[in-house]
Design a binder for this molecule. Structure first.
Ligand SMILES: Nc1ccn([C@@H]2O[C@H](COP(=O)(O)OP(=O)(O)OP(=O)(O)O)[C@@H](O)[C@H]2O)c(=O)n1
Ligand SMILES: C[C@](O)(CO)[C@H](O)COP(=O)(O)O
Length: 239
């Protein structure tokens, strides 16, 4: 039965977060390990997946050189099964290292940015259902502002915003398909798992993402995420 399917949440947390740094001190702490509303950023994603699927197995990809995060926050890692991998030079290499722990080709794998702490259990379940049906599920949200394309000569042209989507994670797949796609050699066009799977010859299925599911990329994103998390707790408490 579909709900008995083995599920892996492969959370990539091996980046350096250089664009999010505002000082030399913060340069020591990649964004996914910084505190947000009193908890490490990474903890929010773990809680969201555990709430969507209590039987989920975690694969956490961590930087090779970073002080012992697991030892400092042991309570995060005791409630669910965790496997750990060391990150690589790019996101592609980090995901590939994490996939070495995927043992079952008939499982479903969610690949999620540790730097996206505001995802909901509803989004995770929506991706799961779509991946079961189509083999792939890539969450996206519409572009909300006017868009322009700039060509190599510096000329610019209006672009139809309805023809453009912002892509999010968790990018979700049948494990067999994802494992096969990651046998490819690295290509600089690989910005996410959708681009890897597509280059392997599989179409990708878009699903509705969430505007709140932002990626912490720049310093100001922490303040925005904190407000989004607070609003979500307040609305859950009022139900
Ligand atoms: N070699 C890498 C690069 C990125 N990531 C992870 O991929 C997610 C999304 O990447 P991004 O926001 O680009 O993170 P960084 O690479 O850390 O950011 P920056 O480019 O600003 O250094 C993050 O959770 C990051 O930790 C990873 O695991 N391994
Ligand atoms: C995977 C991703 O978060 C989808 O939006 C994004 O591609 C990561 O890209 P970045 O260049 O590392 O910010």
């Amino acid at each position: 039965m579909a709900s008995d399917m083995v599920k892996y949440a492969l959370i990539v947390a091996a980046g350096q977060g250089t664009r999010a740094q505002v000082s030399d001190t913060e340069a020591q702490t990649p964004k996914q390990f910084r505190l947000l509303g009193g908890k490490p950023v990474l903890q929010y994603s773990i809680e969201a997946f555990a709430s969507a699927f209590p039987d989920i197995q975690f694969i956490l990809v961590l930087p090779a050189v970073y002080p012992d995060f697991v030892g400092r926050f042991p309570e995060i890692f005791t409630k669910h099964p965790f496997a750990f991998a060391i990150g690589g030079e790019t996101r592609f290499h980090s995901v590939k290292n994490g996939l070495s722990h995927v043992q079952k080709p008939d499982a479903v794998v969610f690949v999620h940015d540790a730097a996206r702490p505001v995802l909901s259990a509803a989004l995770i379940r929506r991706c799961y259902e779509a991946a079961l049906m189509h083999g792939t599920a890539i969450p996206c949200v519409p572009a909300v502002e006017s868009l322009r394309m700039v060509d190599a000569q510096g000329r610019n042209y209006p672009l139809d915003r309805h023809a453009v989507k912002y892509i999010q994670t968790p990018q979700t797949f049948r494990a067999s398909l994802l494992l096969e796609a990651f046998h490819q050699s690295f290509d600089p066009s690989f910005t996410d798992e959708a681009t890897v799977v597509e280059k392997a010859g599989y179409p990708v299925q878009l699903v509705e993402g969430e505007p709140a599911n932002i990626k912490l990329t720049y310093p100001q994103d922490f303040a925005i995420a904190e407000i989004l998390l607070r609003n979500r707790s307040a609305s859950a408490a009022s139900k």
